[in-house]
Ligand binder design. Structure first.
Ligand code: GLV
Ligand code: MN
Ligand code: MN
Length: 412
């Protein structure tokens, strides 16, 4: 068969995604498969089994990133890589990350069954802890691999129960031998759902991101004075939760205040001791600020720190803010993005240039290798939720674009 006539097997891609959705699947049709949990281990085991079935050369690095290579004729040349992540949000969806891993697997299955040889090695990857929900920050696996985070610092990151990333990696048996250090990559393609409303709204099938918004994450601790809810007068309180509530509203108003494109979110909050008749004395919450404009993001963060300090003073509730992640906006390789756009057109799919609001491992890989992404529509623009959905036709279309982008780059 000619390279150009190759197509992925849409039915097989669908059943692969459906098999994975059984591991950590929720009654609401979503996924709850946080990083380095038993469910993550089971999903990894299944992936490794599938990778073995097509004779990929598998290596697992010391961050638990799983790589599978199909050697090319000139395997001393920098290889072509594609993948994403199998970990999910709590009560998240079946496609986020999973489509990119299964799409790459499907492309490699097609190459194997058609006995297609490429000039360069083609490899796939499952990155560890992309979501950053259980172990923050996000993208620890690709972050260490690209030299942005220190490995031992990553190992020391705790979950809410104080269990360390490194301990859990060891426990599930995925602390591999290979050094978590990047090697020369000729091209990296990450196939993903859009996670937003744009493609569906304009009726286009393939999104071609030119980059990703910059992101800053804070952990915030607010301290108050616990006391009896009944006898304590309103003017004699240092209520940590009320101070935090004011802070949450301040953050919500920040994009409007700063002007320009920006989104802000508090998605996680822990209140202590969390009893209806005790004035709370300890609150921890998260802050997520995103913008394409790194300067605006920096100014917004400074403004926020000032505002929070003011609230803290007024309410007599000490606040501590820690920046746990700060990643500038990403600009993908224009030539590879053009390859995605052109490939989509040649395959008869409509394309659209856009920006990704969601973070991806591609942001880190982009810092060490030419990188591009391929997006397909998210139904109703919903993601990180159980109803996250993408039509099987769109899943198939995006995987065909991925297959042909990989082939083009691998034969350069
Ligand atoms: C990753 O899922 C993100 O937070 O965008
Ligand atoms: Mn993702
Ligand atoms: Mn996600």
């Amino acid at each position: 068969m000619n390279f150009k006539d190759l197509r992925i097997n849409g039915q097989r891609l669908k059943s692969t995604i459906e098999e994975l959705a059984k591991i950590g699947g929720t009654p609401g049709g979503g996924m709850h498969r946080l990083s380095l949990t038993d469910a993550d281990k089971k999903a990894r085991d299944l992936l490794v089994q599938w990778m073995r079935e097509i004779q990929l050369e598998i290596s697992i690095d010391e961050m638990g990133n799983i790589f599978g290579k199909k050697r090319g004729g000139k395997d001393d040349l920098p290889l072509v890589l594609s993948g994403s992540h199998l970990d999910t949000q709590p009560f998240g969806g079946r496609f986020d990350g999973i489509l990119g891993v299964t799409g790459a697997l499907e492309a490699l299955r097609v190459l194997r069954e058609n006995r297609m040889e490429t000039r360069r090695t083609v490899a796939m990857v499952n990155w560890t802890d992309e979501e950053g929900t259980r172990f923050a920050p996000a993208m620890l696996g690709s972050g260490v691999w690209t030299g942005k985070f220190d490995r031992d610092w990553a190992y020391s990151r705790p979950d809410v129960q104080g269990i360390k990333f490194g301990e859990e990696l060891e426990r599930i048996g995925y602390r591999g031998q290979a050094p978590a250090r990047n090697w020369p990559v000729h091209a990296y393609f990450e196939y993903h759902i859009e996670q937003g409303p744009v493609l569906e709204k304009i009726g286009k099938r393939i999104g071609v991101p030119k980059g990703i918004l910059g992101i800053i994450w804070y952990d915030v601790w607010v301290e108050g004075k616990a006391n009896q809810a009944g006898p304590t007068p309103m003017d004699a309180r240092n209520d940590a939760l009320v101070a935090a509530a004011e802070m949450v509203l301040k953050l919500n108003k920040l994009p409007g205040k700063m002007g320009g494109d920006m989104v802000t979110t508090v998605g996680e909050i822990h209140n202590s001791p969390n009893s209806r008749n005790i004035i709370p004395d300890r609150v921890r919450f998260t802050v997520d600020i995103r913008s394409w404009d790194d300067g605006l993001k920096k100014k917004a963060a400074e403004e926020l720190e000032k505002e929070f300090a003011g609230i803290s003073r007024r309410r007599g509730c000490p606040v501590r803010m820690e920046v746990i992640w700060d990643i500038p906006h990403t600009v993908f390789d224009p030539n590879l993005a053009q390859r995605v756009e052109k490939t989509a057109r040649q395959l008869g799919y409509s394309g659209h240039s856009m920006v990704s609001g969601a973070g991806h491992d591609a942001a880190y890989v982009n810092q060490v290798a030419p990188t591009a992404m391929i997006f397909v529509p998210s139904m109703g623009g919903r993601s990180h939720v159980e109803v996250e959905n993408t039509s099987w036709e769109d899943c198939e279309a995006g995987a065909n674009v991925l297959l042909h982008c990989l082939l083009r780059s691998a034969n350069e």
